[in-house]
Design a protein around this ligand. Structure first.
Ligand code: 3HC
Length: 318
C-alpha cells in the first residue's frame, strides 16, 4: 500500500530544496490540478489577448508600427502554444483545454475583455498590460514546475520588446498634438485600473495563493507584484506627462512604496463572470476561428494517420 503521506513529505522536501518538479515525478493531485488550472488559463489569456491588438493591424499609423504590432501578436500566439504544451505535460489534452475556454468553464485574464478603441490603446496595452504581465512572468520563471518555468524564461525574452514598443507609441503621442496627448490620457484612464486587476484579488481574498506559495508555484503574492508594478510605472507615467487616474496615488516615505486607491472589485468580478464590455465578442471570435480552422486540424490528423499507416506497412514488409 503506497504511503501517500511519505510521498507528500518527500515532494515538499524537493520543493523546499529548490529541485524542479518534472512531468514524470510523483506530485500531489492537487498540485497537478492547480497547475493545469493556472497554466491553461495563462495560455488562454495569451490567445484571447491577440484580439484587442488584432483590431489595429490594418489601422496602424505607419508601416513600422504595423510590423512591430504584427510581430507582437505573432509572439503572443507562440506564448499560448508554449503554455498549452507545458500544460499537456501534466496529462491533459489541448482540445479539452480549449473546449473549457469556449464553454466558459475556464477563465482568461479579465483585461482582454476591454475594447481597444484608439491607437493609443495599443500603446497602453504594451506599456501597462505587458508591463504587468512581465512583473508576474519574471516571478514565474522561478516557479517549481519545470516545464512552466522554462516556458516563462523563453516568453519573458519577448515580453520586454512588447512593453517597450508600447511605451514608445505613447512617448510619440506625448510629444504630438493636443489631440494626440488627449488620446494618450484617455487610453491610460481606461487601462490603468484593469491592469492592476491583472494581478488577481487582494491576498486576503485569494483562493489559491497560500497553497501556491507553499508549493513555490508563486514566489510573490498578488499584492506584492501589484505594488512592485505601481512603484515602477508611476515614474514612467511622469516621463509621458500624463496623470494616472487615481487621486489616492502618492509616495509613502515610511513604506518606501506608493500608496494607491482601492480597486473596484465589483467591476473585476463582474468582468471575470462574463459581463465585461467585450466578453461575448471575444468568445465568439475564438469559436469562429476554431470552426474556420478545423479543416487545417483535420488535414494534419489525416496526414499523420496516413504516415502512421505507411510506416506500419513498411515495417511489416521489411
Ligand atoms: N482575470 C481573470 N481571472 C482572474 C484574474 C484575472 N485578472 N485574477 C485572478 N483570477 C481568478 C483566478 O484564476 C481564480 O479563479 P479560478 O480558481 O477559477 O482559477 C480566482 O480569480 C482567485 O484568484 P487567485 O488569486 O486565488 O488565483 P491565482 O492564485 O491563480 O492567481 C494569477 C491569479 C495571479 C492571475 C495567477 O493565476 C497567475 O499568475 N497566472 C499566470 C499569469 C497569467 O495568467 N497572466 C494573465 C495575463 S497573460 C498576458 O497578459 C499575456 C501578455 O503577453 C499580454
Amino acid at each position: 500500500m503506497v504511503d501517500i503521506t511519505s510521498l507528500e513529505k518527500k515532494f515538499q522536501e524537493r520543493i523546499d530544496s529548490e529541485i524542479k518538479i518534472e512531468p514524470k515525478d510523483w506530485m500531489p493531485d492537487a498540485y497537478r490540478k492547480t497547475l493545469i488550472r493556472q497554466i491553461s488559463q495563462h495560455a488562454h489569456s495569451e490567445i484571447v489577448g491577440m484580439l484587442p491588438e488584432g483590431n489595429w493591424i490594418t489601422r496602424a499609423p505607419s508601416l513600422r508600427r504595423k510590423v512591430a504590432l504584427l510581430a507582437k501578436i505573432q509572439d503572443e500566439a507562440g506564448h499560448g502554444l508554449y503554455l498549452y504544451s507545458a500544460c499537456e505535460t501534466l496529462g491533459v489534452e489541448r482540445e479539452d483545454l480549449i473546449d473549457q475556454l469556449h464553454s466558459g468553464k475556464a477563465k482568461y485574464s479579465s483585461i482582454f475583455n476591454y475594447p481597444s478603441t484608439t491607437w493609443a490603446d495599443i500603446g497602453a496595452i504594451g506599456w501597462l498590460v505587458d508591463g504587468a504581465a512581465i512583473m508576474n512572468q519574471v516571478m514565474l520563471c522561478r516557479t517549481s514546475y519545470g516545464p512552466y518555468s522554462r516556458a516563462m524564461v523563453r516568453i519573458c525574452k519577448e515580453e520586454s520588446f512588447h512593453q517597450r514598443q508600447g511605451y514608445e507609441i505613447l512617448l510619440t503621442l506625448s510629444r504630438g498634438s493636443e489631440e494626440q496627448k488627449a488620446m494618450l490620457q484617455d487610453a491610460v484612464n481606461r487601462w490603468w485600473w484593469p491592469s492592476l486587476m491583472m494581478f488577481g484579488p487582494n491576498d486576503k481574498d485569494s483562493t489559491h495563493s497560500a497553497q501556491s506559495m507553499k508549493w513555490k508555484i508563486k514566489r510573490k503574492s498578488n499584492d506584492e507584484l501589484r505594488q512592485q508594478f505601481v512603484d515602477i510605472t508611476v515614474g514612467q507615467a511622469k516621463v509621458l506627462g500624463i496623470t494616472l487616474p487615481d487621486p489616492d496615488l502618492k509616495w509613502n516615505e515610511e513604506r518606501g512604496h506608493y500608496d494607491f486607491g482601492e480597486i473596484d472589485w465589483e467591476e473585476f468580478w463582474n468582468v471575470v463572470k462574463g459581463n465585461g464590455p467585450c466578453n461575448r465578442e471575444r468568445m465568439a471570435a475564438r469559436k469562429k476561428a476554431a470552426a474556420e480552422g478545423q479543416w487545417v486540424k483535420d488535414a494534419a490528423i489525416a496526414y499523420a494517420e496516413k504516415q502512421r499507416k505507411r510506416k506500419t506497412e513498411t515495417s511489416r514488409v521489411a
